[in-house]
Design a protein around this ligand. Structure first.
Ligand code: ADP
Ligand code: MG
Length: 439
């Protein structure tokens, strides 16, 4: 199957070819024909499988084929949950529409609205936007949805998580009833289906990955480390392995800032990306990370969601997410486009329950290792005792330059993370014998 077989126009095929795509990805192969047929669609495929082109190419094709010779009303609207994702989808739209007479624009909050209003005034065929700013501009009459005949919800699951349903419904209320609706999501939950039921009409459902499955080529590894030792452990992991491009997830914005600061102090170039950073800082951090100006990007779940960071060999979960689905999204950042990847999670005793939930979702046990010098000593604490302990100041050996640490088991093809060789497979969760308390 080629892109040409799918029935896309030559001008679009040319742009696709320039991107270097040789054939459609499975989700593209499944979704594009239905979209070209004008069907409503609910599509799910894991992160990094080319969903963006999956909707952009056929929608562009449609816009070109049905273009009014004189007017340029807004006819296709792509809603995304985050600013970064909007910017990224827009970049794609621009690339794919390089050889057609279609105007696109992107709208999101956190930046000056004036240029956005000016762009909208000049006329746009396809708009990529986050819901909040879009509604603002609609209130100001800077944009009309009256001629929109294709609505696309990208990362619909995250839109749900972020509470955008009301905004989406409001936006839809300004649109013609007769239109095509497309929903894309990395996961298919009951909630997503429910949302879909309220938006899509007789939709075709396409799915290319088993529910919530993660990329096959991703290996999962857990290191049991006390909370207070995670930073030191992370630095060692990066330095010992000489990693050049690592995405690290923290659960909180504050945690992201704190870790970034420590990494920089340790001489590892890093930046944080999260909701409290200005749009400029976020864009710059992502760009620097992509072009290898910095080695480490520390991100919260929401900030990282959907970002197109190609071919990341390593993702570190500095903390496990408390929503197991977020683990799937996080590690969607590694092993993309068929390349091998590795997801490493640093798990302290408090997080045991999260690990259980994740394993349930993945339907697999994650290999768990204790590294010499970083043996966990914390027991599952009462909820509020979340501070690191003074006694950790006493080093038992190991440390940043320690070589005596354990690697991964021999059964794994991957090379161990540490130069040492005494593997010490964990006997249980947390410290062996530690109570497995629910939080
Ligand atoms: P998703 O939305 O499913 O997470 P993206 O649309 O962001 O995935 O695409 C992930 C990456 O794959 C991007 O770098 C994109 O350029 C690339 N890509 C998309 N379609 C193809 C294709 N047919 N062949 C090769 N690479 C592709
Ligand atoms: Mg996407």
């Amino acid at each position: 199957m080629t892109f040409k077989d799918l029935g896309l126009s030559d001008a679009i095929l040319k742009a696709v070819e320039e991107k270097g795509y040789t054939k459609p990805s499975p989700i593209q192969e499944k979704a594009i024909p239905h979209i070209l047929n004008g069907k409503d669609l609910l599509a799910s495929a894991q992160t990094g499988t080319g969903k963006t082109a999956g909707f952009t190419l056929p929608v562009l094709n449609y816009l070109v084929a049905t273009k009014h010779p004189k007017y340029r009303p807004l006819r296709a609207l792509v809603l995304t949950p985050t600013r970064e994702l909007a910017a990224q989808v827009y970049d794609n739209v621009r690339e794919y529409s390089k050889y057609v007479n279609i105007k696109s624009a992107v709208i999101f909050g956190g930046v000056n609205a004036k240029p956005q209003i000016a762009t909208l005034k000049r006329g746009v065929d396809i708009l990529v936007a986050t819901p909040g700013r879009l509604l603002d501009l609609h209130d100001q009459k800077a944009v009309s949805f009256k001629r929109v005949d294709v609505l696309i919800l990208d990362e619909a699951d995250r839109m749900l998580d972020m509470g955008f349903v009301r905004d989406i419904n409001k936006i839809m209320s300004f649109m013609p009833v007769k239109r095509q609706n497309l929903m894309f999501s990395a996961t298919f939950s009951k909630d997503i289906k429910q949302l879909a039921a309220g938006i899509l009409r007789n939709p075709v459902e396409v799915e290319t990955a088993p529910q919530n499955s993660t990329a096959k080529k991703v290996t999962h590894n857990v290191y049991q480390v006390d909370k207070g030792k995670k930073t030191e452990f992370t630095i060692k992991l990066i330095k010992d392995n000489n990693w050049k491009q690592v995405l690290i997830f923290t659960r909180t914005k504050h945690g992201a800032n704190k870790l970034t600061k420590k990494l920089i102090q340790a001489g590892i170039s890093s930046a944080a990306i999260h909701g409290n950073k200005s749009q400029g800082a976020r864009t710059k951090a992502l760009q620097n990370f992509k072009d290898n100006t910095i080695k480490i990007l520390v991100a919260t779940d929401i900030a990282a969601r959907g970002l197109d960071i190609p071919l990341l060999p390593n993702v570190i979960n500095f903390e496990l997410p408390n929503v197991p689905e977020d683990y799937v999204h996080r590690i969607g950042r590694t092993g993309r486009a068929g390349a091998a990847g590795e997801a490493i999670s640093l798990v302290c005793s408090e997080e045991t329950e999260y690990q259980n939930e994740i394993e349930k979702l993945l339907k697999q046990k994650i290999k768990s290792t204790v590294v010499e010098g970083f043996e966990p000593t914390d027991t599952a604490p009462p909820k509020r005792a979340a501070t690191s302990k003074k006694s950790f100041g006493k080093k038992k050996g190991g440390g940043n330059s320690g070589n005596k640490s354990a690697g991964t088991s021999a059964s794994q093809k991957r090379k161990p993370h540490f130069k040492g060789n005494k593997p010490k497979p964990a006997t249980g969760r947390g410290r062996s014998g530690a109570p497995k308390k629910r939080r």
